[in-house]
Ligand binder design. Sequence first.
Ligand SMILES: Cc1cc2nc3c(=O)[nH]c(=O)nc-3n(C[C@H](O)[C@H](O)[C@H](O)COP(=O)(O)OP(=O)(O)OC[C@H]3O[C@@H](n4cnc5c(N)ncnc54)[C@H](O)[C@@H]3O)c2cc1C
Length: 388
Amino acid sequence: MTTKRAIIVGAGIAGLAAALRLSQIGWEPLVLERSPARRGGGYAVIFSGIGYEAADRMGVLPALRAHQVVAFDLAYLRADGRPRFTVPHSTVRKVLGDGGMALLRGAIEDVLYEAVADQAEIRFGTTITAVSQDADMVEVALADGSVERADLLVGADGLHSSVRTLVFGPEERFRRDLGHVVAAFTLDELPGGAPERAFTTVSGVGRTFTVADLGGGRSAAFFTYSAADPDAELAKGPRRALQQEYPGPRWAVPELIADLDEEAVYFDSVSQIVMDRWSEGRVVLLGDAAWCVTLFAGYGSSLAVGGADLLGAELERHSGDIPAALRAWEAGLRPEVVERQRKGRANTGVHAPRNRFELALRDLPLRLATVPPVTHLLSRHLRFHNEP
Ligand SMILES: Cc1cc2nc3c(=O)[nH]c(=O)nc-3n(C[C@H](O)[C@H](O)[C@H](O)COP(=O)(O)OP(=O)(O)OC[C@H]3O[C@@H](n4cnc5c(N)ncnc54)[C@H](O)[C@@H]3O)c2cc1C
């Protein structure tokens, strides 16, 4: 039997996980990444559920564990930096349970890249410009004018996927904006006064700001605010948009915004991708390209790795019949994606409370979380929400 070949567009978490899983079932993956080099960086994420189980099966769990943030408190401050309350790390640990961990998003990418670098060809600084397929093969034209053929094309190129646009139609057809914008970036050092080993959050009506000390000199910041017209916010660029949204004297914020490197900031609208189907013949979408659940669901990395693992399992099970494998894969994964998207929409007010009432409601469970019986109850609840 000839070796099956997959072209994977995007070297983010979804693309690298797919390359690793497909190489493990004997496929030959070719990964095409638009950035000239590895992007890395990012913010802190919770990695759990099907992603955690998949990482175990794919053999990368020990490496991921080596990067995890072991003990962190959740500290809540007022806008001027005075403390409000803290959820201690012992409670956070109980809430996360044994099947979850906090990591920098870039660390997940690093681990997957190390695992797959010798198993797959990864080409940086390139993308695709056209896709065509017949019953036997899929063919893609690359930006440099060359052509590649494969048994399967995986679009793992994120929220603004080109594969989706080329094969399924324009982004507007599938994008559901949740009326928020996010900006996230890594920091060279923690702002003065930020507690060590903590995720420190300042929430106000319509906006949240968090700095996370992840240990080992790693730290990250992220901002989320509500926006009636997210595209207009993006057009301003991260510095101007954040200065307008977080004005005046506040703890840490003005310095962070003044120092940020606009090129290195993840700055995007918080949008879900909702599609009736994720495959068309020999083309399949994976990760944010297919179903972006958003940071409000706190499960995107986990779904990307879990989805890649299940894709490999179904392709192996239906060897030779790719459309059948893709149908089985989607049937297996869709219920969880739909539920996570629903949770993401429901959580909008949790990350950027819409009014003072929601702000108070958001804080209440976190204050109660320090009381042992509530910790136990909450652990079942929050394990599902997976909020950092
Ligand atoms: C602030 C924030 C917090 C989050 N928190 C969590 C959390 O707590 N838990 C969690 O699980 N998830 C979280 N997520 C989501 C998570 O990071 C993503 O959902 C997950 O990484 C899946 O990404 P992906 O690989 O599908 O897409 P991406 O990470 O967007 O990767 C896509 C890749 O494709 C490349 N690319 C794009 N277009 C092209 C093209 N045309 N040609 C070639 N390459 C291309 C990009 O350069 C990139 O490398 C969070 C997200 C944000 C913004």
